[in-house]
Design a protein around this ligand. Structure first.
Ligand SMILES: [Zn+2]
Length: 278
């Protein structure tokens, strides 16, 4: 049996790392909030296909839109943490990171009344220190490791394999790593887990790649963001060309592509990260 873990990083269009210099966190409250509407589009899509997903919600968003977190939970999805302030883990001090992890989890648990078990770092900025802190704070799993090495922001952890399922990990050791799925072809790692790459590859090619991954491993882990389903979001001028491309490519097609993905793989079981680990 192979599983599909559909995951969503719940943040708004102005919080992505590509736009950080234009929208420092003290400007966020004055930006147009579009995350609730966009997340609802995604929730409706998932409901049509009876799919359960994992939503890594930013604490800053949860604090302002608790009803959105309640709606995600009420529709049968897992609520996990995307941290509080969307700062890259390797850019802040250990005590700031601990505070960010603690604060986001407390906000989410107060809204849902359920323990938060999972975490995903902003821009997959995983570090060894992050893994230690997650363990210390009692998290069950992390999903921040992306082994595509050509992206300038993804973090690295030398000993990451010892956290992964099927590598002799004793569950009592605590933390498990659920990495983003990438395609391994001819000794190369091709980004295949979602985000901008999902919008970039022709859909037939994406589908072939996912089938290939599912033949090689027990699950395929996909990620997306609510703003990726929003072609009408405010356009920011003056971005570096490659970042501009990565942020805006094919936004108008995302919803349709996700629908095709859910439809084409409906014979597989879509489960939450927690369900997979249990
Ligand atoms: Zn994010």
């Amino acid at each position: 049996m192979s599983y599909i873990l559909f995951t969503v990083d719940v943040e708004d269009w102005f919080q992505v790392e590509n736009l950080r210099c234009r929208f420092p966190s003290d400007t966020w409250d004055s930006c147009e909030f579009r995350v609730e509407r966009n997340t609802t589009v995604l929730l409706d899509l998932l409901e049509r296909f009876h799919v359960s997903a994992t939503f890594f919600v930013l604490g800053w968003i949860a604090e302002r839109l608790p009803r959105l977190v309640k709606e995600i939970q009420a529709r049968g999805h897992e609520v996990a943490s995307h941290g509080y302030g969307h700062q890259l883990c390797y850019d802040i001090s250990s005590s700031e990171l601990r505070q960010d992890l603690y604060r986001s989890r407390t906000i989410l648990e107060n809204i849902t009344g359920q323990p938060v078990r999972g975490y995903r770092a902003p821009s997959f900025s995983i570090t060894g220190e992050l893994m230690d802190l997650l363990k210390e704070l009692g998290y069950r799993y992390d999903s921040s490791y992306n082994d595509f090495s050509l992206h300038d922001r993804y973090g690295r952890v030398d000993s990451i394999r010892r956290y992964m399922p099927n590598y002799g990990l004793n569950e009592k050791d605590g933390l498990v790593e659920l990495p983003i799925s990438n395609l391994k072809l001819g000794g190369k790692c091709i980004p295949w887990g979602g985000g901008g790459y999902f919008r970039l590859w022709p859909f037939w090619m994406f589908r072939q790649g996912v089938r290939h991954i599912l033949r090689q491993q027990e699950y395929y882990l996909f990620y997306c963001h609510p703003w990726e389903l929003d072609p009408d979001q405010p356009r920011v001028e003056g971005m570096r060309l490659d970042r501009r491309f990565r942020h805006y490519v094919n936004l108008s097609e995302t919803a349709k592509r996700i629908e095709n993905f859910l439809n084409d793989f409906r014979q597989h079981e879509f489960i939450t990260c927690s369900e997979f680990l249990d």
